[in-house]
Every structure is written in C-alpha cells, then in structure tokens.
Design a binder for this molecule. Structure first.
Ligand code: GDP
Length: 439
C-alpha cells in the first residue's frame, strides 16, 4: 500500500536528517520534493497546493530552523498537515439513529459497491442488528444475483422485488423493511461505467423516496484522480454524507484517500481492505498518514490484537508459561493465535521500524504452517512431553504431517529456545512484558 509514495518521502526525510541545522534552501528543496512525490501519487493538484502552502509556512518559521532536531520537526509538520487535509484526527461514524435507518450506497460500476453492501450488512448483523439488503442495481446484469448470493452467505435477507425497476424496488423495500422489522436497510443502487444523466436522475429519485440517513459513495482507490473527479460530481448532485474507499489493500498510489475529503468536503467513513466479507475497516486519517510516512500503524495493530486475542486466556497462559508449564499443545495454541490475526505480512506492514524487505515473511508463514501440521500429527502424550520423541516417533510424525525430521528438529529447537526465554523473563520479573502478548 502506498509503497512508491512511502519510498519517496522517506528519501526526502533521509536527505534532511543528520544535517544539524537546516537552511531555508534545505527546507524549500524538501518541500519541492514532497510536492513532486504527492503529484506522482496522483494527489489532486489543489490538495498539493494547499499542502505545500501549509508546510512551507510552518517549516520556514523559526521553530524549525532553530530546532535542534529540524528534520524531526519537518516530518511532524508534514504529518500534521496531511492529517488535517485528510479530515483531522476524528473517525466519522455511520449514522444509524432512525429505525429503520436507510443507508444508500452509490458509485460507479466495479467500485465494489455490491461487495461493500454485503460487508456492511454483515458488520451490523454481527452487532445483533436486523439488516436488510436491497438489490436495486438493475443496470449491471449480475449485480442482483451477486447480492442475493452474498446475502445467503452471511444470512442476511435480500429484497429484490421485480428485479427490473430500481425506483419501484426501492419503494417496495421500504414497506417490506417496516413490515419485517428490519432496523437497518442497505440499498445497492445502479452504477454505470461513467456518470450519466439517467443514472443520476434515478439516484435522486431513490434519495427522495428513502430520505436516507446516509448516502455513501463507494470509490475504488486504484482508479486515482478520475475517481476523485467523479466523487465531486456525485457529491454535487446528491449531497453525499461520505465515502467508502475500497481496494486499499491493492497497490493504489494514495491519491484518492489523500484528496477526496479536501476536494468534496465530505468524510471518508469506511475503507475496504480486501475481498473477504470482514475486510471493511473504520477510517482514521492519523493511522493512514502513519502508514504513508512509513511510521507503521501501531494503533491498528494493537486494536487487532485486542480484538482477536482472548485477553483473559492470554493472561492465564502468561502466568502458566512463566511457571515453566509450556508444552507443545500451548505452542500450537500460540501459533493459532498468531494465524487468527491474519497474514504475517499484513501484521508486519503495520509495525514501524521493521525493515520490511529484510523479513522473510513467506518463509515465516510457511514455517508456522509446518509447525502446526507437525504438532497436529503428534499424540497428546507427545505434545505434553516432547522429550519422548524418539527417532521412530519423529519418522511417524514426519510422514503424517508431510514434513521432514529436520523440520521437526527445528520446531523442537525453537520450542526449547522459547521455553528458555520464558525462564529468563521470569527471572527478569518480566510478568508485565508477557501479558497480552500472544507469543
Ligand atoms: P460493483 O460493480 O461496484 O457492485 O462492484 P463489486 O462489488 O462487484 O466489486 C468489483 C470487484 O472488486 C469484485 O471482484 C470485488 O471482490 C472487488 N472488491 C471490492 N472491494 C474490494 C476491496 O476492498 N479490496 C479488493 N482487493 N477487492 C475488492
């Protein structure tokens, strides 16, 4: 994500660092380079202009020039200016105060509207709500069937009426939702490849019928500048309440997410970060700026760990492990916890100061998979007491797990190493360190 921009910016910061004091020329040069990097990342020229003015004004002040760590001060200014342009430090939540609350999704074809409708419904269902999906994308041939299928997968009903007339479907869905006590109604409207009059008219009509609390436009981050332009047009016609930016997991250059809020004056409310149903996240500008500047996304990481890891169990485990009670069953448990957090590469991307290209992630993931298979092939007795693993037992396990004796020996070595580390931690009164830490 945003790799090229990230590289360019860190190059600019590196050039500034170690210079001791900075001159006005140093700063002007750096600002120019940041400007070029943003333009290359497809950030809207108006946004770049505003950004450059903000940074120049602050960075040329005495505070930076006289500072003992001018490079740090400069990075801070770049960071704060980006955050401000992207909407500040707040997270904008979806409004669902009415009952039923209507959320109308709009956007061009292929932006991820249908997928996002299902992701959103799934999110509310998980929270104990009773959502209804409405298939009103009568333009893209497969959209209605796609939504019906997605609805089935997540156990959310899909209203599709006569499947022909979007306005009629919408009208009927309103009554249907009220009759069936749905408290949140998500409408997947028709998208076209380009904006056209008929589509906009239809959307306006649907808006008038529903008076939705939210009219969100789903925007594909990979499209770049054009996406921001169509966002502006949609907003001018429909007075949107916000955006959902999709495909941020791809190699988008960053232009859309940086520009859209400033150009439309409407917030980004959610972001799509993958094709799976759970790949929808809240949006915090601060965290994305952290990623863009290569500072990692520690907050998202912590949130993910907190959400996925059973805290009580982690504490109990920590206590037990420090007492030296740590067998291969526990080791397997820990591997599963790490896997439940998602891919290692995703996790590592969130962490700052980890030299991404030096970590052999693929090897790490394969190794974990192997370890899991090996332990799965062991008997409970062997897991409790790996010391009994004779050569013939190892041969049996290797065969059962599709691994080699060397793989098993490596696992045992790692396990011993971990056990030793735990003992040392206990000596170093490391209880606090271990708590909530899955490995
Ligand atoms: P629609 O025409 O706007 O309804 O688009 P769809 O919902 O059919 O999505 C188009 C394609 O984008 C599908 O292949 C989706 O799986 C994919 N997609 C949607 N959101 C995301 C996302 O956040 N990340 C990725 N990688 N793909 C997405």
């Amino acid at each position: 994500m945003f790799e090229s921009l990230q590289k360019k910016l860190s190059g600019v910061f590196k050039n500034l660092s170690g210079k001791g004091k900075l001159t006005e020329k140093n700063i002007k040069d750096a600002v120019r380079e940041v400007k070029l990097a943003l333009l290359e990342a497809d950030v809207h020229y108006k946004v770049v202009k505003e950004f450059v003015e903000k940074v120049k004004e602050e960075a040329l002040g005495e505070k930076v020039l006289e500072s003992l760590t001018p490079d740090q001060e400069f990075i801070r200014i770049v960071r704060d200016s980006l955050i401000e342009i992207m909407g500040g430090n707040k997270n904008n939540k979806i409004n669902i105060s009415k009952n039923p609350a209507f959320i109308m999704l709009t956007g061009l074809q292929g932006s991820g509207k249908t997928t996002t409708a299902a992701k959103l419904a799934n999110k509310y269902k998980k929270k104990g709500r009773n959502p209804l999906l409405v298939a009103a994308d009568t333009y893209r041939p497969a959209a209605i069937d796609q939504l019906i299928q997605l609805g089935q997968d997540i156990g959310v009903p899909v209203f599709s009426g006569d499947k022909k007339d979007a306005v009629k479907i919408t009208e009927d869905s309103k009554k249907y939702a009220q009759r069936n006590l749905h408290d949140i109604v998500i409408i997947d409207t028709a998208g076209r490849l380009h904006i056209d009059e008929i589509m906009m008219k239809e959307l306006e009509e649907i808006k008038n019928i529903l008076e939705p609390e939210e009219i969100l436009m789903v925007v594909d981050a990979m499209v770049g500048q054009d996406a921001v332009n169509s966002a502006k047009e949609f907003n001018d016609k429909l007075d949107l309440t916000g955006f959902i930016i999709t495909k941020l997991d791809g190699d988008s250059r960053g232009g859309v997410i940086i520009s859209i809020q400033y150009i439309t004056n409407k917030p980004v409310k959610l972001v799509g970060v993958g094709e799976k149903i759970d790949d929808l996240e809240e949006f915090y500008p601060e965290r994305y700026v952290g990623r863009i500047l290569g500072m990692g996304d520690v907050l998202s990481f912590i949130e993910k760990v907190e959400k996925e890891v059973d805290k009580e169990k982690a504490e109990e485990d920590a206590e037990r492990f420090l007492e030296g009670k740590f067998d291969l069953e526990d080791f397997l448990d820990q591997i599963r916890q790490i896997k439940s957090l998602g891919s290692l590469s995703g996790l590592i991307e969130m962490l700052p100061n980890v030299p991404k290209d030096q970590v052999d992630i693929i090897k790490g993931e394969e190794e974990l998979k192997k370890y899991e298979a090996i332990i799965n092939s062991m008997t409970p007795k062997e897991r409790k007491n790996p010391k009994i693993l004779s050569y013939s037992r190892k041969q049996r396990i290797a065969k059962g797990s599709g691994t080699t004796i060397q793989d098993i020996n490596r696992l045992l070595k790692n396990y011993d190493q971990l056990k030793k580390t735990m003992k040392q931690m206990k000596k170093l009164k490391g209880r606090k360190l271990m708590r909530n830490f899955p490995f």
